[in-house]
Design a protein around this ligand. Structure first.
Ligand SMILES: Cc1cc2nc3c(=O)[nH]c(=O)nc-3n(C[C@H](O)[C@H](O)[C@H](O)COP(=O)(O)OP(=O)(O)OC[C@H]3O[C@@H](n4cnc5c(N)ncnc54)[C@H](O)[C@@H]3O)c2cc1C
Length: 508
């Protein structure tokens, strides 16, 4: 008889925990690493199910001690969404990947079953890119870098600038959610059946097929329990052709940023709409120019390999969060010159760089102490929102960072901050100091005063409150809270709450 498989749980010594960017440190009740049992290829699902039991055991022990529980991904969130005063469960070692075989796929699934992959929560976007590449497949989109785990990334609504595609949660088709020591569920939309009836049974999970429940759990930053597995829909490998060009920040560009009518500016491929469009504005620039990064999606051809690392400085997928911290905490009067110098030395124009999604949006080394906030606004409000930000900057002249605009299709997730059709996401990436946080607050206040509708990235700097969330999410907020109440009983709503959800009024 085969021996019983058991996951390994390692309790770490540290009682203080900081996120990756070291934006804050909190006191926790404990940090646990969870490792899958070693298993032969024929026993992979059995091993996965043993890990489910181990995670349930941790929740059960926490509940006996009245401790709260939060799942941890790569700790890349700048907000305290992943923080707790209870125990943190490090899911990063949980990185198994499975193809979903024909018999597990519903007869009603309308896509190509070869694009379906079952991904354990701790698999990083980088690992996923490499695995899919080996199978001639690609993620549909990702953030600008690849260090997040799949569960952590989808839980806060991580996005790039895939205008017609969406954010990470938008290619998720199923979630395996552990809601307590005695319950775990397989969630899928009833309107979009993907797995056959036997699939949930293989995970020993209860099956729930319901659109609202699925859409509530997708972006829920650890508040619905531990996401153990994620069913994703990939697509055939493609490559991107990327260019970064300097453009005058004039009426034509202002028209484009709030309409996405690209014929008003000279892009590298005037007849085709870009897959990715991004505009970076340096508020300290003296030349009246902005940078635009444009990427076109192309059918993959053998031999089209990465040609992005050929020169120094910012590469096509790089994001400012990784490097802006190098400006350090400088004196206010030195800020404009320092930001200008960083951009002049690092941010160059280029044309026709090629690479797969994984090549282009690859690793970002984190240097210095950086922070960032990201506001989602309706496309047509982008011009007004930008004017407000520039006005706040003109009054203070000390924002140690840059402004970047990215665009994402509306998400079905109830609390996705990409809730406008489409959403322009305005990133303010900056050195992590008091000046930056005052600047963010000044911008949010000015948006409120000017009645500019906006949302805030769950994983980046925010000052969310129950009142601001109601303004942002309206009826969807109540719907989310009610669905959480119907899925989790009171005890486990308490266990899967945190100081962050308390502050946001999302714990009840
Ligand atoms: C250098 C850098 C670049 C970035 N670039 C982008 C970008 O381009 N676009 C963008 O949108 N964001 C970006 N971000 C923000 C980042 O993508 C998000 O904050 C993301 O959520 C981090 O993923 P993670 O795996 O580190 O999750 P964590 O930060 O560890 O956790 C995020 C949330 O997910 C929950 N969670 C994690 N794992 C699980 C699980 N298994 N089950 C249930 N809940 C879970 C946590 O409790 C927490 O609430 C960037 C951040 C950094 C540091």
């Amino acid at each position: 008889m085969a021996s019983e498989l058991k996951a390994r749980i390692v309790k770490k010594k540290s009682r203080n925990w900081s996120n990756k960017h070291e934006n804050f440190t909190v006191r926790i009740a404990g940090l646990y690493d969870v490792w899958n049992p070693a298993a032969s290829s024929g026993r992979q699902i059995e091993a996965y199910n043993a890990t489910t039991k181990a995670l349930q055991g941790l929740i059960g022990r926490a509940s006996e001690k009245s401790e709260r529980v939060r799942a941890l991904g790569s700790a890349w969130s700048i907000s305290d969404a992943a923080a707790t005063d209870g125990i943190l469960i490090n899911t990063k070692p949980l990185n198994r990947l499975f193809r979903v075989s024909g018999q597990s796929v519903s007869d009603h699934y309308t896509g190509d079953p070869n694009n379906l992959f079952f991904v354990q929560c701790g698999v990083s976007i980088g690992e996923l890119n490499r695995y899919l590449r080996q199978h001639g497949k690609s993620l549909k989109t990702s953030g600008a870098s690849n260090g997040q785990t799949i569960a952590g990334a989808l839980s806060t609504g991580t996005h790039g600038s895939a205008i017609y595609t969406g954010a990470i949660q938008d290619f998720v088709k199923g979630l395996h959610l552990i809601t307590g020591p005695d319950r775990h569920v397989w969630l899928e939309r009833s309107s979009d059946p993907v797995t056959s009836p036997g699939f949930a049974g293989r995970l020993e999970a209860e099956e729930i097929r319901d659109d609202d429940t699925f859409n509530a759990a997708l972006v829920s930053f650890g508040s619905f329990g531990i996401i153990h597995g994620v069913l994703i829909e990939a697509e055939d490998l493609f490559h991107l052709e990327a260019s970064r060009i300097k453009l005058p920040f004039d009426e034509n560009l202002k028209h484009v940023i709030q309409t996405l009518q690209f014929d008003h500016i000279n892009l590298p491929e005037p007849v085709e709409n870009p897959y990715h469009f991004e505009v970076v504005i340096n508020p300290h620039a003296k030349d009246g120019q902005a940078f635009s990064t444009v990427m076109y999606k192309k059918t993959y051809r053998e031999g089209i390999e990465e040609r992005r690392r050929s020169s120094g400085g910012f590469q096509p997928g790089d994001d400012f969060l990784g490097v802006i911290g190098t400006l350090l905490d400088i004196a206010p009067e030195a800020i404009p010159a320092a930001v200008n110098k960083l951009l002049a030395s690092q941010y160059k124009e280029y044309r026709g760089r090629t690479g797969t999604l994984g090549d282009i949006f690859s690793a970002t080394g984190i240097r210095g102490k950086a922070t960032g906030t990201a506001m989602g606004v309706p496309l047509e409000e982008t011009g007004r929102a930008l004017d407000v930000i520039l006005d706040v900057q003109n009054r203070s002249r000390n924002f140690p960072g840059v402004i970047a605009l990215r665009y994402v299709k509306k998400s079905d997730a109830l609390l996705a901050f990409t809730r406008y059709s489409p959403t322009c996401i305005i990133d303010l990436d900056a050195v992590d100091n008091r000046t930056s946080h005052n600047f963010f607050r000044g911008v949010w206040r000015a948006f409120d005063e000017q009645n500019i509708p906006y949302t805030l990235h769950w994983g980046k700097a925010n000052d969310l409150t129950p009142e601001s969330l109601l303004t942002m999410y309206k009826d969807d907020l109540d719907k989310w809270l009610n669905i959480r109440r119907s899925l989790l009983d009171e005890e486990y709503r308490g266990i899967f709450s945190s100081p962050f959800t308390d502050r946001c009024g999302l714990s009840e």
